[in-house]
Design a protein around this ligand. Sequence first.
Ligand code: SF4
Length: 449
Amino acid sequence: MKVKNNTASKPVRRERLRFYIETYGCQMNEYDSELVRSILLENRFDETAAPDQADVILLNTCSVRESAHNRVFGRLQSLDKLRAKSGKVAVGVLGCMAQSLKMELLENSIYVDLIAGPDSYRCLPEMIRESLYGSEKVSAIDLSEFETYDDIYPARLEGVNAWIAVMRGCDNFCTFCIVPYARGRERSRSVESVADETRRLVEEAYTQVTLLGQNVNSYSHEGRFFADLMNTVSKVEGLKRIRFTSPHPKDFPDDLIDCVAMNSKVCKHIHLPLQAGSDRILKMMNRDYTADGYVRLVERIRDCIPDLVLTTDIILGFPSETREEYEETVNIVEEVGFDSAFIFNYSERKGTVAARRWEDDVPPEEKKYRIIRLNEIQKGINIERNRKHIGRVLEILVEGPSKRDPNEWFGRTDGNKMAVFPRTDQKAGDYVRIEITGATANTLKGKSV
Ligand code: SF4
């Protein structure tokens, strides 16, 4: 689709163009920005860290939460001022918002020159040139049943962890979630391509990878499933840690539990979204498990992995959720004892089943009460569970200097808990053994042993 472009003047054609990219939302978007970076660098673009030096500014967007969505619209307004000043920069919206708000962005907004959905990144070099030198807005928003960017090696930023998307899209259609509409149907990469990418990462000195998918444990490629994928990847020599996110409780067979339990490279951390503790709300959410089923699954996992670190996501104030149903969520939180939880208030996302079917009818004051109280309860559980580590010696992957105190390093345990300890001669990427001497809700404190 093409709509008249509002950019006043057009830049002179140049051989090499500069791009600037900002990423919003989840790790999948971080990974996609690395793919985009790679595609553009391969096609005679250079990256700049300064938006006012760029020929094209790309926002890789998220529409899962209202806050990320609002931030992007705010950013587009501020970029419009930059564009009015320079008169020659193109602004592009990528990712979930591009897909889910295409008409709004194309027709109503004056801020956007190009939009590209998550399956259209291969077209970006051409689209950018067209939007810069042409007179129309350009868009590519078709979703693919096959695109996995399998052959593109992402241009990663520095860090000790490498994200690897092993599957894309989602077939679950949770009623609150825009992902199946914004990112299309599930499709997985081959086991071999993920193992090859891991080998190359290890050659570049990465020792930790995180396997990513919107519903990562539904990974399936030519009769091979997620446990098989992790066991194969773990055979890459030199790799020390494998993480994965996010799994769905309905896709957790015994062989996957065994893989996490028995494979020494697979970290003993599972992020297992609960979302709600009421069966009626879970059904409305189309989550396909009951509260009791979730608790039984956690018991099965903990029987096999006693040291497991368990984290979760919870949505409060889903349409029609009563105070009693909220209390059912609180009860599960207390019963299960998560190491930490991301707790959100429900916000209506345009295009979802929930937005079409139900009014967002839990009053803001009630939502506020619920989230403050549950966060307080969870904070107490965080502290209690972190304190259990005091006196233990844990291996930490060092990530860098602590933001709060430059005399301290920070890193993560196998269970993904953040730990800080006095700085010595370690560097990012080292593994060190730390004796845990203290704990707060979010951080372990320790000393080298
Ligand atoms: S599993 Fe549900 S919440 Fe997760 S991406 Fe798929 S539809 Fe969204």
